[in-house]
Design a binder for this molecule. Structure first.
Ligand code: ASP
Length: 485
């Protein structure tokens, strides 16, 4: 038998944050972080220590012995822990730009936890002028700059607000599969080859659309998810191959219920997290609504920028655009396509009425669709869904699907609709664009921790990348070299 061993010794860090020194004047404290900058004034060495809360000035006087010797070797971005006493700065040397600017730490002990090479670019400014490829290659360094740290933290605050807001109103967050089947949102799918089923592929979801509707059939009634959507679209400046949506679906609701929920959530979010923003609302303090026809006629756009003063960076003009047409003509494919997606309910009185209207003038059919717009950007869209399986099949067929294609592509959904489907609808506002606009950033890459370049690459991980022949073999894949660009 093994001898009874002693209890393991766990030590708890006594480290405090720079912001916490405000209450610790005269006390000995331990801090840890990165050397932000260093200044030698004769024999006295000053340096700023940076942690997640901010900066504090450390002073190593010559009489600090070993600590002074270590201080002499320190370089920017080294990681250290220090012990020292919190003191008032000498009169006249206070720095009103720093939260901790009245105080400094007289260090008595410094431990170097990690050294750092010189950084590939400075991180003390906003960094907009630095080549983006380089910023992305060293994204973990780029993220140290204050602007990006703030963006990422505020993004989390926005998401946390959404989760709490919806949780308090009876919604449950449900994770839906990433390995799935193609669902039509109008873009190309990312495909994942199946090893176990040669020649078969999963598709990454362009959105959880069908799953969230199936959750309504499951009786969940109120679903949301902070979810990633994948769309393989051609390079367009501000698009990302994967982006984040606040996906919502509700049962027993009409358009007003969904828009009302979004309105209440976004207005209270802005008031709580961005109280200095100026909201442009209608006379009764609501988010204005505009019909699609009016938007096109008066603004030449289905996402009009209705700000009063476009030079005011803090003005937020939310808008709902409603009454979209159900279909648009796709010249390339010579067929009518859904403006939003085929699950959207057309404004018709049943299947016969739909068929008649479609036959006489497809463009005249309106949809129960609403888009959510902010300062000229589409930040979300949604609709009340068709829950009559016969009408849904008719819409699929109107879009050029033969009955057998409808069965192959959507048979599972049509079958589910035979088992008691509540009327339902939803919406999916994008998280990236919202945070971009709230943070007044020029593009969504500035508010995503690890974005791809405009042309879909990750210069840090070097994705996409080639894979071993053995991996291809396992997946039953052969690369057609001739077709490579
Ligand atoms: N799935 C839709 C989209 O991603 C949103 C919705 O209809 O709820 O645009």
């Amino acid at each position: 038998m093994l001898p009874f061993s002693a209890e393991p010794v766990y030590t708890r860090s006594v480290r405090i944050l720079t912001s916490e020194i405000l209450e610790k004047k005269g006390e000995k404290v331990e801090l840890a972080g990165w050397i932000d900058s260093r200044r030698d004034h004769g024999k006295i060495i000053f340096f700023d220590l940076r942690d997640r809360e901010g900066l504090v000035q450390l002073v190593a006087a010559p009489d600090a012995g070993e600590a002074h010797k270590v201080a002499e070797t320190l370089r920017p971005e080294w990681v250290v822990s220090v012990k020292g006493e919190v003191k008032d700065r000498p009169k006249g040397t206070e720095n009103s730009n720093l939260v901790t600017g009245q105080l400094e730490i007289a260090v008595s002990e410094i431990t170097v936890l990690a050294k750092s090479e010189a950084l590939p670019f400075p991180i003390d400014g906003d960094g907009y002028e630095i080549d983006e490829e380089t910023r992305m290659k060293y994204r973990y360094i780029d993220l140290r700059r204050k602007r990006l740290t703030k963006n990422i933290r505020n993004r989390y605050k926005v998401i946390r607000f959404m989760r709490e807001f919806l949780g308090e109103r009876g919604f449950a967050e449900v994770e839906t599969p990433i390995l799935s089947k193609s669902t039509p949102e109008g873009a190309r799918d990312y495909l994942v080859p199946s090893r176990l089923y040669p020649g078969k592929f999963y598709a990454l979801p362009q959105s959880p659309q069908q799953y969230k509707q199936l959750l309504m059939i499951a009786g969940l009634e109120r679903y949301f998810q902070i979810t990633r959507c994948f769309r393989d679209e051609d390079t367009r400046g501000d698009r990302q191959p994967e982006f984040t949506q606040l996906d919502i679906e509700m049962s027993f609701v009409g358009e007003d219920d969904v828009m009302g929920l979004v309105e209440e959530m976004y207005l209270s979010l802005v008031k709580k997290l961005y109280p200095n923003k100026k909201l442009k609302l209608d006379g009764s303090g609501r988010i204005p609504r505009m019909s699609y026809d009016e938007a096109i006629k008066n603004y030449g756009s289905d996402k009009p920028d209705v700000r009063e003063n476009k030079d005011d960076p803090d003005e937020l003009a939310f808008l709902f655009v409603v009454d979209f047409p159900m279909f648009e003509w796709k010249e390339t494919e010579k067929r009518w396509d859904a403006v939003h997606h085929p699950f959207t309910q057309p404004r018709v009185n049943g299947v016969e009425d739909f068929k008649n209207k479609f036959q006489s003038d497809p463009s005249s059919i309106k949809a129960k669709q609403y888009d959510f717009v902010l300062n000229g950007y589409e930040i979300g869209g949604g609709s009340i869904r068709t829950h009559d399986p016969e009408l849904l099949s008719a819409v699929f067929e109107a879009m050029g699907n033969r009955p057998e294609d409808v069965q192959a592509k959507f048979g599972h959904l049509l079958q589910a609709f035979r088992y008691g489907v509540p009327p339902h609808g939803g919406v999916a506002p994008g998280v990236d664009r919202l945070v971009m606009l709230l943070e007044r950033e020029p593009n969504i890459r500035e508010v995503i921790a690890f974005p791809k370049t405009g042309d879909g690459r990750d210069p840090m991980m070097q994705a996409p990348s080639e894979v071993d022949k053995s991996q291809l073999d396992e997946l039953h894949l052969i690369i057609n070299k001739e077709k490579e660009r």
